[in-house]
Design a protein around this ligand. Structure first.
Ligand code: AMP
Length: 112
């Protein structure tokens, strides 16, 4: 499958990985918009939040717990941070593999 995030999770493409287990990988965004900006993805190819299926419930829950853990490791948990998933053209989704942006390390505004 021609998906850059599948290639990152298969180690066919390099990435600055900050967390990995058998189901999830978290790596630094190549174009960060804040001092801390990582992308948390399931290794399973799911195109977006709208393609999550009932059988993915445990995986998506696990992904949220990983976001908690990574936020602590990055040291943004006390000051706060933002988790965003873009969906479709109006959401400006550019990579069609489910990913959650974890953004922090500075004061965010609603327009980021
Ligand atoms: P979205 O626009 O929500 O689909 O987000 C895709 C994100 O992936 C953008 O913030 C890009 O900067 C990031 N991105 C694209 N290619 C790579 C890559 N090879 N490694 C890390 N981040 C990437």
């Amino acid at each position: 499958m021609d998906c850059i995030f599948c290639k990152i999770s298969n180690k066919e493409l390099p990435a600055n990985i900050v967390y990995e287990d058998d189901q999830v990988i978290v790596f630094r965004d190549i174009q960060p918009i804040a001092p801390e900006h990582v992308l948390a993805i399931p290794k399973k190819h799911i195109p977006s939040l709208m393609a999550i299926q009932p059988e993915d419930k445990e995986l998506v829950g696990h992904l949220h717990l990983v976001l908690q853990k990574v936020a602590k490791e990055l040291g943004v948990d006390e000051d706060g941070f933002r988790v965003v998933t873009n969906i479709g053209p109006h959401g400006q989704q550019t990579v069609f593999h489910l990913h959650y942006h974890l953004i922090g390390g500075r004061q965010l505004n609603w327009n980021m």
